[in-house]
Ligand binder design. Structure first.
Ligand code: GRF
Length: 206
């Protein structure tokens, strides 16, 4: 059984998608947050999943906060730490500790639009496609090896909200699949590239 600890900051719909996927061999061991008011915490607690939340403001520095969060996460012996709508930037030592077992979902087709306000930026740039990326986390923001991406069309009438809703639907498919691939041992990292044993046979002919 693989233990997952999930970090969230708010609604937690991606966390819910992972829990509800009931992935064979995967146990969501705990949900941690930097926001005690995160709606997703209540939902997780109602499922009987242990939750924990602290505010960064209660600590002298962001590094101290994440040291404390790491200590809590470690109690659950995570095979995988998942960032699912977690809005704080992680310090390098946290990323290094979980290297190769720290995964994030980001709402853009990376390397386009790292950081915030991804949907508005995609609209402003006139993109005809937008989407999301599941990737391993490294100390460099939104730059780690890409596991999976999903794309959706951008329509003329789109606002950041309508586009976000369309992208979110595929986030909810992509993230549980990536967790399942990780848990099944399908993923291996080769520099910037991730090899997926499950999809390796899908190579087409140009
Ligand atoms: C998602 O779009 C995720 O990609 C981004 O923040 C949003 C969080 O949504 N990082 P939720 O909390 O999972 O509902």
């Amino acid at each position: 059984m693989k233990n997952i600890v999930i970090f969230i900051s708010g609604r937690g719909s991606n966390m819910q998608a992972v829990v509800q996927a009931n992935i064979p061999g995967v146990r969501v061991a705990a949900v941690l947050s930097d926001n005690p008011d995160a709606a997703g915490l209540q939902w997780a607690a109602a499922q009987g999943i242990p939750t924990f939340a602290r505010r960064t403001g209660d600590f002298a520095s962001r590094a101290d906060f994440h040291r404390a969060m790491l200590e809590v996460a470690e109690q659950y012996r995570p095979d995988l730490v998942l960032l699912a709508g977690y809005l704080k930037i992680l310090p390098g030592e946290f990323c290094a500790h979980y290297q190769g077992r720290l995964i994030n979902i980001h709402p853009s087709l990376l390397p386009a639009f790292p950081g915030l306000h991804t949907h508005q930026r995609a609209i402003d740039e006139g993109c005809r496609l937008a989407g999301c990326t599941v990737h391993f986390v490294t100390a460099e923001l939104d730059c780690g090896p890409i596991i999976a991406q999903g794309a959706v069309p951008v329509y003329d009438a789109d606002t950041a909200d309508t586009l976000a809703a369309r992208v979110l639907k595929i986030e909810h498919q992509l993230l549980p699949q990536a967790v399942a691939d990780f848990a099944a041992g399908n993923l291996s990292i080769h520099g910037k590239r991730v090899h997926n044993r499950r999809t390796a046979g899908e190579a087409g002919q140009g």
